[in-house]
Structure formats: C-alpha cells, structure tokens
Design a binder for this molecule. Structure first.
Ligand code: PLP
Length: 352
C-alpha cells in the first residue's frame, strides 16, 4: 500500500521547538521562576484531592473564575484551553468557512499562519517595516479593502518584543468589520491590555496563557476572553474535556496567588530591563550587531546577520537562545543567568 499525504500536509513545515538539555534555557520565553515551597505544598494538596477516575470539569469553572478575578473581568467571558495554542487552533478550525481570508502581520507568532493553512483558510500576510513596526491605519485599510474575516496578532509581539498601544488597538477594533484576535501572552509585562473590552466590542477576542508570566508552561493552560456570543460558541465547539483535572487544580492554586504573581511579573520586568541595558551596552559600537530593539516583554530581540553563529556558540556553552533568520531572541533569566549570558555574549562577539 502506498499512502500519500494530502497536498496541504506535504506543504506544511513543523514548528521547531528547541530540544535537548541546556544549563541555561532562554529560548522559549518561559518564566525562570518556579513555584516556591509554600505554593508547592498548596499545589500538592490541591492535586491530592483530584478524583483520578472521573472526567475533569468540562468548562474548568473554578479556573475561569480565578482567572477572571485576577484580571478583573467577568467569568462568563472566559474559555479555558489546553494552552492558548489549542484556542488558536479551535478558532482557526471552527470560526471560519473554507478559504476565508485571515490576516497576520509578519514577523509574528508562527502558529497563526500555521493553523490558517492547515485548516484551509486563506492566509494573508502584511509585513512590518524595517523597524519591525506597522501603522494601525495600514492594517485597517488592508482588512477593509481586501475583506479580511479576521486579523490576528500578538501584542506585545513575539518575536519583536514591541507593542501597539491600547488606543491604537481600540481604533483597529472599531474601524474594521472583522474579528480582531489579540494574543496578549506577554501583556503581564506591559500595561496596554484590551482584555476588559470584550463586552464593549463583539468582534474582539483576547488570548491569554499561563505559560509566560504565570510560570506554568508545563501544565498547558490558556484562555480566550470574548463576548458571551463568542464564548458560548467556543465552549460548544471545543472538545469536551480539553483541560485535565490536574492542570485545573494546579491552575486554581496558582492563579489565586495574586500578590505573588504581580511580584514575580515585576521582578521579571526588572531583570529584562537590566538584560536589555547590558546587551545594549555590549552591542552599541559593535559592527556585528545591527540593532537591539526596545522591549515591553520578558525577552530581548536583536538584529544581526551573525545570529546563527552566535546561537551555536552560546549553545556550545550550554546556553540556549532562539534564532530566527537574521535575528536572535533571548528571554530574561534570573540575575545570575543573565550575568553568565552577558559574559558569554561579550566573549563571542569579541572573537567573531
Ligand atoms: C508562548 C506563546 C503562546 C503559547 O501559549 P501556550 O498557552 O503555551 O500554548 C501563544 N502566543 C504567543 C504569542 C506566545 O509567544
């Protein structure tokens, strides 16, 4: 038997997360802060109460409540997903008709265009300018003139580390007739969220994740925040038990630690700020580095045609960072980890 994969599958290329063991991992924008002992006890206690023989709560009600309380939004606007990644997949597969036009603004998180292609939508791509910025008017004009069914982007943006201010996002939502999906995976590190506007705008969906500032990348928990009409439909089309009971118990234990979460986010921002400052000072006057971008996220984005080489040399020192075509993305670690990375970068750049 010779089975041929369909054409669309043959064309698709896989998402390539970095694998392997490194002493310092700064390649996936995770939080470097693991749960402390007190919280670990609370988690153990919560997990010990899970009924392993029973299906989980299909709507993760307690998790959605804790999430809604943390961000001060109505719980009825929240859908829990197996990572926000699953929610991007559900939105792409269920909220459109075949070949509907969906706009991404490049460079951005690669999964948006990935799922659009996989589900046979028509992906459209607008390119940011040399500074990796784009005017909201350009996006609005494109959506309206080319009749987009949705525009999806991360804000702040992964990988550029730059953000679009709230006022501009609101202007976009108000000026287009299509769905506006704003992925706020990194908004805990900035203050321009539109998460509280989903009752006002029925074309707005905000995505959130526990994988970054919350520090729970291991458990796969993400959220879509939207008006009731969209939320009801998301809950209808998702698979019934998409988030498991252990992850639910664990998320509630962590999401209810509001003070700790805010403190952790501020600490991460402080460390990112000093990482950015250090990188700026070693890269200023270095002709191998073209540009270091400002950052409103937990990572730093660097333009250099030596990206691949630098990544490889860091990897040889057991430090993992992410490389894109002509760019490096380094997320902040602890102060100690950052010191080691800065030392390694200095050495590598001197000998390049
Ligand atoms: C990391 C990341 C996600 C992934 O979130 P999960 O909840 O871990 O699936 C989504 N969007 C962006 C922009 C990210 O960088």
């Amino acid at each position: 038997m010779s089975y041929n994969l369909t054409g669309k599958l043959q064309k698709i290329s896989p998402y390539n997360p970095i694998e392997g063991d490194y002493k310092i991992r700064l390649d996936a924008n995770e939080s470097y802060i693991n749960v402390n002992e007190t919280l670990n006890n609370k988690i153990t206690d919560a997990v010990s109460k899970v009924l392993f023989n029973r299906y989980p709560d299909p709507f993760a009600v307690k998790v959605c409540e804790a999430f809604a309380d943390l961000y001060d939004i109505p719980k009825d606007n929240v859908t829990a997903g197996n990572g926000s990644d699953e929610l991007i997949s559900i939105l792409s597969s269920c909220f459109f008709e075949k070949e509907d036009a969906v706009l991404t603004i490049e460079p951005d998180f690669s999964m948006y265009a990935f799922y659009s292609s996989l589900y046979e939508l028509t992906p459209h791509k607008l390119q940011k300018n040399e500074n990796l910025e784009i005017s909201v008017d350009t996006i609005i004009d494109y959506c309206n003139s080319k009749k987009m069914k949705a525009v999806i982007f991360s804000n702040p943006c992964n990988p550029t580390s730059l953000g679009i201010c709230r006022e501009d996002v609101i202007r976009l939502i108000e000026s287009v007739k299509c769905l506006v999906i704003v992925d706020e995976a990194y908004m805990d590190f900035w203050d321009q969220s539109v998460i509280n506007l989903t009752d006002k705008y029925d074309n707005l969906i905000v995505l959130k994740t526990c994988s970054k500032a919350i520090g729970l990348a291991s458990i796969r928990m993400g959220f879509a925040v939207a008006c009731k009409k969209i939320t009801d439909m998301l809950r209808t089309v998702k698979s019934p038990y998409n988030t498991d009971a252990v992850s639910q118990a664990l998320s509630v234990a962590v999401l209810t630690e509001k003070d700790m979460l805010r403190k952790n986010a501020s600490e991460i921002i402080r460390n990112k700020d000093s990482l950015l400052k250090e990188i700026n000072s070693i890269c200023k006057d270095n002709n191998k580095i073209d540009k270091v971008y400002d950052s409103v996220t937990n990572f730093v984005f660097i333009k250099t045609s030596f990206a691949k080489d630098i990544q490889q040399k860091l990897q040889n020192k057991s430090i993992s960072v992410r490389c894109f075509d002509g760019y490096l993305r380094i997320n902040t670690g602890s102060a100690d980890e950052n010191r080691i990375v800065i030392g390694a970068l200095k050495e590598i750049l001197t000998n390049l």
